[in-house]
Design a protein. Structure first.
Length: 403
């Protein structure tokens, strides 16, 4: 299990919610811990490594998944009203596409803030905060915001993301500085992070990225490896389980990450568990569990209104529990039979063959599978220790409600 000093430690965060996890294993229909919501499938950037690129990148136009849909106001506001009456712990505004492209996002955030105790965070490219006047809302209402940068130099950023003068490197950098300024002015506690997805296209700028942000008042700089989603492998005609070779991560990347860590100090954050699985396990990538239990605590609601198993299954209607255009979230989530049917297909019929490796629930699944095995073997000591650990670490974790 990862240490509590790290922001990115899904296993520890699952342990914090031991009571809910144990209720789930008792057969109760528990509310999710975290829900990811996509206000938009459209995006004003074109990142080649986007895990949802099959929804909006031009090269996928004409395929069954291509869908630049925006969640309409009626569905979005009905959703947040429903969620405010649940016991979910957190919402991550994400995509899909770029969440801040939806003109109704501000109203939705304000509703949750004013009518519930639900924590909120946002993944964004940070280029459109000005358009819908989101700066104050972000700083005053969110627990965290993570801005994707994925480069350390202006030219490579603009080339990689295919930007224009309205959403380029300088625009985003200025917006980050403005968020920092407003945070200080408002004495906000929002955590401001910047992200770098490491790929063959940009890995040489790992150090440049560290130097760019070492003296700027962001709270952390996150590095994580590019994960090739199954749709891209299929589209490119490759083996659907193909990832970048272990040799690349071991020989080209680890040394650069070590140098970046020294530059950034406490600001340095890395999804090291994913890098480790890429290097150590070239076949299963660490997927030794037989059930995707983690997905039952962190579903994804697509911009098309579908309640998907997880973020990695956006666009796959057969991986949806139901549509918000037909039923409320509460009705959909209460249909345990439908959810079990979808999961049976994924786990028992397909045996994860249609799932991307190192998916969003991957790390959570490891600890949940372990807990399940302890329960199945009636290991009372292990469960007792788990409950004890849950109490000990809950106040030590950063953003414990975002698994």
């Amino acid at each position: 299990m990862t240490t509590t000093s790290k922001i990115f430690n899904p296993q520890s965060k699952v342990v914090v919610h031991t009571d809910r996890v144990l209720d789930y294993f008792k057969g109760k229909n528990v509310d999710p811990i975290n829900i990811e919501i996509d206000p938009s499938n459209a995006c004003n950037h074109s990142c080649p490594f986007c895990i949802s690129g099959h929804l909006h990148l031009s090269k996928f136009k004409g395929t069954e998944f291509f869908n630049r849909q925006m969640m309409n106001k009626r569905v979005l506001m009905k959703l947040v009203k429903d969620l405010s009456n649940t016991n979910i712990k957190s919402i991550s505004w994400t995509g899909g596409g770029e969440p801040t492209m939806n003109p109704n996002l501000k109203q939705a955030i304000n509703y949750i803030k004013e009518n519930s105790e639900i924590d909120m965070g946002m993944f964004t490219n940070g280029s459109m905060l000005e358009r819908f006047d989101l700066f104050e809302t972000v700083v005053n209402s969110l627990k965290w915001i993570r801005i994707s940068m994925d480069a350390g130099k202006s030219q490579s950023y603009d080339n990689l993301r295919v930007t224009n003068k309205l959403n380029n490197f300088q625009v985003v950098l200025n917006n980050i500085k403005k968020i920092i300024e407003i945070k200080k002015k408002n004495k906000s506690k929002i955590t401001i992070g910047v992200g770098f997805v490491i790929s063959r296209d940009n890995f040489k700028e790992i150090i440049d990225f560290a130097n760019l942000f070492k003296d700027l008042d962001v709270d952390y700089c996150q590095y994580k490896p590019e994960i090739i989603q199954i749709e891209r492998n299929t589209f490119d005609g490759n083996d659907k389980k193909q990832q970048i070779s272990a040799e690349f991560w071991a020989k080209e990347v680890l040394n650069l990450l070590d140098k970046a860590s020294k530059i950034l100090g406490k600001k340095f954050q890395c999804n090291s568990y994913k890098v480790s699985d890429l290097i150590k396990d070239k076949e299963l990538y660490g997927r030794e569990y037989k059930q995707c239990i983690g997905s039952q605590f962190q579903p994804c609601i697509g911009a098309d209104g579908e309640v998907y198993v997880c973020t990695n299954h956006r666009g796959h209607k057969d991986r949806s529990y139901g549509s918000l255009y037909e039923k409320s979230f509460l009705e959909i989530w209460s249909n345990v039979t439908k959810r079990k049917c979808v999961m049976n297909k994924i786990e028992n019929l397909e045996k994860f063959s249609m799932c991307s490796q190192l998916c969003k629930p991957h790390e959570s699944n490891k600890i949940l599978w372990q807990i399940k095995n302890n329960l199945d073997s009636d290991d009372k000591e292990a469960i007792s220790n788990l409950k004890k650990q849950s109490v000990e670490i809950k106040d030590k974790l950063i953003h414990k409600n975002f698994i």
